[in-house]
Write a protein that binds this ligand. Structure first.
Ligand code: KG4
Ligand code: ZN
Length: 344
């Protein structure tokens, strides 16, 4: 018997990217992302501008996702959307659009927790990409979050440790800002770090719980260090940019790996995944892969397009909920704050 094709359209609008994807039985057919360039001028995301840009982008982005998937919207079986966490104004655009579309097509609506979406991106059907089995640990690292989660089943997640202040993406972006690089600076630090000496400078690491994180002190430490150096040499940043980037990145990656090692020790789980925007970082990918031989871990590293915010990850979470007939009521509302273990 041939399997029935289930088509789901997913919408992600939690922060500054408007994204829509179509998934068919776990396989992504399209994943369109409209980045909002406007925020670069302000050195960070401006919530008001993000909501407005979502309103401008959402119709063309959805249309493109359906077109690229080569389907008609009448073929859709459900609409999934990000309910939270995120910026309220941004979430409202996606939530209202998803509701209206589900109503007009008379098909189920499925709300997705953005944090669960990042983790569940590992279950997208991809050739030559093995999926983790339960239980596994996932280090979710993004511009808004830094946490280690134990995943016992698709929607059974428990926080093992998390940041007590800034997210790791903020550490990258704020360091970039100090160095005069545009927002978001994470990818640039990654790029320049490849050309520098990671041992050129050392920064002190935070002292927090074994599986918890703290990045606000590191950011301040980097700021004071750069200010002090600039007093002696006003061209310090320019002359040493690559070395500073490499040293900062090394410190951050060491912190992440150390906490992961502690979490593996604590839980006894040696299957380790990474997710979120910062999991695109080449050094964290390299170091995590190295643990397969050095520590006998099994590691799961997502495809680049599923690391930063994208609707593909919302689509797979929506599909898994669809298989469980786990639909939302029309009274479902956006939630700016939502923990990874909150399903409703
Ligand atoms: O998951 P994401 O797209 O959005 C949130 O949910 O926050 O993550 C965005 C974050 C930004 O802080 C960005 O600088 C960082 O991911 N990022 C990186 C890299 N690519 C994106 N950080 C370090 N290295 C990268 N290659
Ligand atoms: Zn995210």
């Amino acid at each position: 018997m041939t399997q029935k094709s289930i088509y789901i359209l997913a919408i992600e609008s939690s922060c500054d990217d408007t994204s829509a994807a179509v998934i068919c039985n776990g396989k992504i057919l399209s994943n369109i992302i409209a980045n909002q360039k406007i925020h670069a001028e302000y050195g960070g995301v401006v919530p008001e501008l993000a909501s407005r840009a979502h309103q401008q982008n959402i119709v063309p982005v959805v249309q493109q996702a359906i077109q690229r998937a080569n389907i008609d919207k009448k073929d859709l079986n459900a609409i999934a959307f990000t309910r939270g966490p995120g910026l309220m104004g941004s979430l409202l655009v996606g939530t209202s659009f998803a509701k209206s579309l589900a109503l007009s097509l008379n098909i189920p609506l499925i709300d997705v927790n953005h944090m669960q979406g990042h983790v569940l991106a590992h279950f997208i059907e991809e050739e030559n990409t093995p999926k983790p089995s339960f239980p596994f640990l996932c280090l979710t690292i993004s511009g808004g979050h830094t946490q280690i989660v134990k995943i016992s089943n698709y929607f059974d997640m428990q926080v093992v440790g998390e940041t007590i202040d800034d997210a790791v993406g903020e550490a990258f972006d704020k360091t970039a800002k100090i160095l005069g690089l545009p927002y978001p600076g994470g990818p640039l630090i990654d790029k320049y770090a490849k050309l520098g000496n990671p041992k050129a400078y050392s920064f002190s690491k935070p002292k927090v719980g074994k599986t918890d994180f703290s990045f606000s002190g590191l950011k301040t430490g980097i700021l004071y260090f750069v200010q002090k150096q600039e007093k002696e040499n006003s061209n310090f940043i320019e002359e040493n940019l690559y070395d500073i980037c490499a040293s900062v990145q090394k410190t951050i990656v060491e912190i992440l790996l150390e906490k992961l090692k502690n979490a593996v020790k604590e839980t006894g789980i040696k299957q380790v995944a990474i997710a979120g925007g910062v999991s695109a970082n080449s050094e964290i990918r390299k170091q995590l892969k190295a643990t397969e031989t050095s520590l006998d871990w099994r590691t799961y590293i997502p495809k680049f397009e599923y690391t930063t915010d994208n609707a593909g990850m919302i689509a797979i979470a929506g599909y898994l909920k669809y298989l469980d007939n786990n639909y939302s009521g029309m009274n479902v509302s956006a939630q700016a704050r939502l923990k990874v273990n909150e399903n409703h």
